[in-house]
Design a protein around this ligand. Sequence first.
Ligand SMILES: [Zn+2]
Length: 323
Amino acid sequence: MGSRSVLFFFIPFVISCSSSISNDTFVDDFSDENFKTLGSDGPYFYGEQYSGRNNYINYYPGNIPVILSIPHGGELVPVEISDRTYGVSVTDSNTIELGSSISDYMYENFNIRPYIIINNLKRTKMDANRDKVEAAQNNVFAERAFDEFHYYISSAREDIIQNFGTGILFDIHGHGPNPDGFVDLRTWIGYLLSGDELDQNDKDLDINILSNDTSIFNILNSSNHLLSDVIRGPNSLGSLFETYGYSALPSSISPSPEGMRYFSGGYNTFVYGTDSDYNFNAIQLEFPYPTIRDNQNSINAFAEAFSSVIHDYFITYFDIDLF
Ligand SMILES: [Zn+2]
């Protein structure tokens, strides 16, 4: 409110300085009602690409019950969005390339694609893994991109539930070296369980953590598997990563961080993994840079492995054969 009254106060001055600027320039053309209605670019079809305003957000509908959301890989720095003044601003390098390569590998080999939602804005402009206030910091164009990002994810989730009954969103990230310079080559898998919670033994973990405290409540409630089994048993996601040549945490080999740096899942994992209105799950994946996303060879090799990992995971926990 304060900024609007200041703007209004200065309009006569600006106009008097430049006859080429018409009154229309100052019409508030970015209020909510002047953006297109969310969803007006739909309905959405597999194989097509959809873009939000100014191509800040891309949506690629898929045909399997898997969503890849990529909130931190963007590089766009439009001047209409001022830099965020607080919060983390590090880019997760090559995560867009990683998601695209996974999709292309699946398409070329199995004629399937995951649903993909990409934030192309650099994190200095909009952080698509925070609540709206911290994500967009009051910039209307960043807020619009935030709304589009989540609208597309919600549409994908709706589509998946209609067609498959359940599914998983993987929120794709990258972690850098630890503060002491040590590079942890494990993929950190986030189910909203903290390092301290994971430090418990299996028995205590299964007693102390309710399925609804995790982002995979739907998997836990619809199967006979115990939490410890799903997150670090032999068929857990982390152990499947290990099976296909990539170390991961948690897994049967690395059951807990044991005090090391670890990310347990952020805003997107919470929003899409804990909503009891939907039979849906969310898992945050924090990939190391070396061996997975440092160059196209690494990316291609990982895309193949990841396809096998999620194939086996869906067989085990959903009895769904992706390919
Ligand atoms: Zn990230």
